[in-house]
Write a protein that binds this ligand. Sequence first.
Ligand code: NAD
Length: 511
Amino acid sequence: MSHAILKSLGIGTEHSGTYLGQGEWSETTDAGALQPVNPATGEVIATVHASSAADYETIVKRAQEAFKVWRTTPAPQRGEAVRLCGEALRKHKDALGSLVALEMGKIKPEGDGEVQEMIDIADFAVGQSRMLYGYTMHSERPGHRMYEQYHPLGIVGIISAFNFPVAVWAWNAMLAAACGDICIWKPSPKTPLSAIAAIKICNEALKNGGYPDLFFLFNDAGSDLAQAFVDDRRIPLISFTGSTKVGRMVGERVAQRMGRSLLELGGNNAIILDETADLKLAVPGIVFGAVGTAGQRCTSTRRLFVHESIHDSVLDTLVKAYKQVEGKIGDPTLATTLMGPLNSQDAVKGYLAAIEKAKAAGGTVATGGAALTDRKGNFVLPTIITGLKNADEVVQTETFAPILYVMKFKDLDEAIAAQNDVPQGLSSAIFTQNLKSAEKYLSAAGSDCGIANVNIGTSGAEIGGAFGGEKETGGGRESGSDAWKVYMRRQTNTINYSDSLPLAQGIKFDL
Ligand code: NAD
């Protein structure tokens, strides 16, 4: 089946991981290879030849040349190129969604949903291409006009994580292309096939539309090329999505060379349930947030604060819901599956280690707590742990797996303080029917996260809003609202249409 999915996307079981532009895939075969594994079976899906240093140089040079043309192409025409990519993605949604499910391990509707996000951001970027607005200002000097413009930035470097193998690229690339930039992408070594497919689909559409190469791709067998990419002064923006550990290093190194970085790093997202919460909404919101994508979303729900008056009944209900999910763990490409595997054996080890740490800290496993050893692949049980404090190290840490820590609280201020008392600041939510509680939660003294929701869970952000988080989540914003501005350089212009030159601070130069 895996071969059929690959074939439908024009990918053989051996493929170059380097798109050099001009329709050329590199012929390099001596720079190492990536062998993405099907997380549901442990079998290698295909071999992807990694890129060499020479390939990387070719890409950067061609991207520089392409930028010279693209930066002066009118923005609405750039939008038309993005529209063609969106159309091509619509056509290939089913196949690409299946490949994402196969390679990453998320269930098929989530794989399709990821491709839909690519389509949505393409649509958004098409509109944005006519709205790259700057302000006009009133000059303090007579006969002068001031305004600001946004110009294309240059080459945008995109480094992405395994868990959103194609959507994260599109969030960046579709907007950056509309903004007049050229993108070079280094995907996760765990999901190179999804990246190859996305690049093929979009570049084919661009070629058919008579547009130049906007999207380049390289794959690194180790991390040397990725490191060189981060340090490369020819790349004014590095957009990095991944762990806080790697992202911190990327941010520091890009800052060293005075480049711009957009960091989308780990989360430790919480939901608060007050005593008025509507459980018809809250329970599916929690289960989807904690179990969806097997807990491998940056916005997955990891902590749940429940008012003490409803704690025990909510816990009972959640345990029952988790037992239902247990019966539907399996092959992510089957329609009946609700929860797929973790992406790697390392992730299974991380899951088991966190459970051991939680127990050692006094936690109790209310449900789950084990890997499924009766089958191949990286399957684990969705897990709820009670009896821990928010300050416990394991609760403070993002474990990329379906583990939910449930804690009690007495008053809302205490719950908000605990929610915020972690290093990360990505997504958060409260379920309440009390207007005052909702407003307090959204106020300046409320949630400190980049995303704060009321009566809807932590995961599943829409592309129309700016996406990202505070503190160790990195501070970057992608996708909607005015996130496009990071892909452009801002310029303030003053034009003097008078016959005199009034100098600043009223200074007179008698020349
Ligand atoms: P990771 O940090 O292990 O890898 C991310 C990327 O960094 C990969 O492409 C990897 O090859 C690359 N990389 C590794 N070493 C590098 C180096 N020295 N120089 C340059 N690049 C290097 O993360 P992961 O396991 O793929 O993804 C999971 C993490 O990503 C989680 O922490 C999750 O929360 C986070 N994430 C965040 C968001 C967000 O929008 N905030 C979205 C998705 C995932």
